[in-house]
Design a protein around this ligand. Structure first.
Ligand code: SF4
Length: 283
């Protein structure tokens, strides 16, 4: 299926196909070793963020198509998850990170509803914990299901910066920052546990923490150097530094830059509400 998606004033030709996977749950490892499993409703991601290190992974390298221009829809995902969940729960604690290499609420989810079908399965047979990692306001559509998971779920909304001009520079096809902030507010009103994931942190204003304070009581700060699973090497290979140069903000592309953002947040939030890197994503 060819699908034209209008993003930031450009029409991008997306290649969207349906695949029949055999399995769905992957063992949590590396950065996700606090989780028993990771879960990706799709392969590929139409947000195509410039810094996305999945570009460097075999799933993208062997595809022969530019990252961000293709998505595979996982057909029959809910039936597979139902079986795998039952089997995994019989063996022990099941904690799920959704998603590690795609956004579960990218635009195709409006129609395909794979993520929603997986949440429905998890309401029937709840895992011990589910983290939903997204940067999309579409997560609001599923508030009714997320509420049924009570405190077994946390929605982690990526908010890399408070400056939408910076967001446009690094991830022009991802949702605007204001829409993400409104989504955090709606989730909080619905009593769904949330956090803001400043990950990877991008150049931001000194007001960033103050803007997030009324919306969340948990924040995670992460950067390429701690969070890309290779000490920043994967991101370096993407030549991300040139994007900082174009903005004349090279000082932000540094392993110590997170400290300034961290300090700004601990001056607004309580220290135990501000997490760094992997600890912030843990169950
Ligand atoms: S939303 Fe996540 S998975 Fe998708 S391109 Fe951006 S960083 Fe990669």
């Amino acid at each position: 299926m060819q699908n034209k998606t209008r993003q930031e004033g450009r029409t991008v030709q997306m290649n969207i196909i349906t695949k029949n996977p055999k399995t769905l749950l992957n063992k949590g490892s590396g950065f996700l070793s606090d989780y028993s499993h990771s879960l990706n409703p799709y392969t590929g991601c139409s947000f195509g963020c410039s810094y996305c290190y999945v570009r460097q992974m075999p799933v993208s390298l062997f595809r022969g198509q530019e990252w961000g221009t293709w998505v595979d829809i996982k057909n029959g995902a809910s039936d597979i998850l139902r079986k795998e969940l039952r089997r995994s729960k019989a063996k022990g604690k099941v904690t799920i990170f959704m998603s590690s290499s795609t956004d579960p609420y990218q635009p195709i989810e409006y129609q395909a509803k794979v993520t929603r079908s997986l949440l429905e399965v998890m309401v029937e047979d709840p895992p011990d914990f589910l983290l939903v990692q997204t940067r999309s306001p579409l997560v609001r559509r599923d508030i009714d299901i997320l509420q049924q998971l009570g405190n077994k779920v946390r929605v982690s909304m990526t908010v890399e910066t408070d400056l939408d001009e910076v967001r446009k520079h690094f991830s022009p096809y991802a949702p605007p920052i204001q829409a993400r902030l409104r989504t955090l507010q709606d989730l909080a009103h619905a009593n769904i546990p949330t956090q803001a994931a400043i990950a990877p942190l991008l150049p931001s204003s000194s007001d960033f923490a103050r803007k997030l304070k009324p919306l969340v009581n948990r924040v995670c700060v992460d950067d390429y150097f701690m969070g890309d699973g290779s000490g920043g090497k994967r991101t370096r290979n993407l030549n991300i530094s040139s994007l900082y140069k174009q903005l004349d903000l090279e000082a932000w592309y540094h392993p110590e830059a997170y400290r300034m953002v961290y300090d700004r947040f601990v001056s607004e939030f309580q220290e135990n509400q501000v997490y760094v890197s992997q600890a912030g994503f843990a169950p």
